[in-house]
Design a protein around this ligand. Sequence first.
Ligand SMILES: O=C[C@H](O)COP(=O)(O)O
Length: 258
Amino acid sequence: MTTRTPLMAGNWKMNLNHLEAIAHVQKLAFALTDKDYDAVEVAVLPPFVDLRSVQTLVDGDKLKIKYGAQDISAHDSGAYTGEISGPMLSKLKCTYVAVGHSERRQYHGESDEICNAKVKAAFRHGITPILCVGEGLDIRKAGEQVPYTLSQLDGGLEGVPADQVESIVIAYEPVWAIGTGEVATPDDAQEVCGAIRGRLAELYSQELADKVRIQYGGSVKSGNIAAIMAQPDVDGALIGGAALDADEFVKIVRFRDQ
Ligand SMILES: O=C[C@H](O)COP(=O)(O)O
């Protein structure tokens, strides 16, 4: 049986400037111990402008916390005003990048094709994509959450070879649960995360599917994380609001104690 190390990743969204980022990572560094890092991989996804500060802190103090970006350009360089490229992120030693977060899909019109190009751009530069998928409330009410989410998965992975996909992270984030306080039930999370793993097995192999980490995201807090993590196909969480509170984020990392 494959053992998957849980990944707890804090997506700061458009919060914390570079000075606040330093203070926040210092708090996490102070609280987290080797025991925590042995049990769980911990990552933060700050805004682009914070990445250099976070890198300096992580490198300088040899912290075990990982970091990454919230988006990546599909292009490697050129006339793409406002975009940040894979080479720029890999130069800053980003481990992860979120791709296709529902807020990017909703407010920036990111289609599955664009997400697919971004997944490929990340792998081209040695950065692990966290591909975000998940249905809105109307789809959930229609009971179509599984086919809808799997079609986003298919689109995001189109043409991506197995040797890359085995290291990808998939984040299942039902849009209706993001920032709303309305967390999916553990059964809701398992239903879709299990279906995602099944689809990876169909597209690639069971062996590959067993290696891929699948996160849940949407109103995760210290009070609900243990029940979600008890589900067999949930391998961590992508945490928004609760990740901005260092004490709360550390409690989530220590989900086994909750
Ligand atoms: O990327 C994180 C998700 O959008 C979840 O955000 P939230 O924990 O604030 O609901």
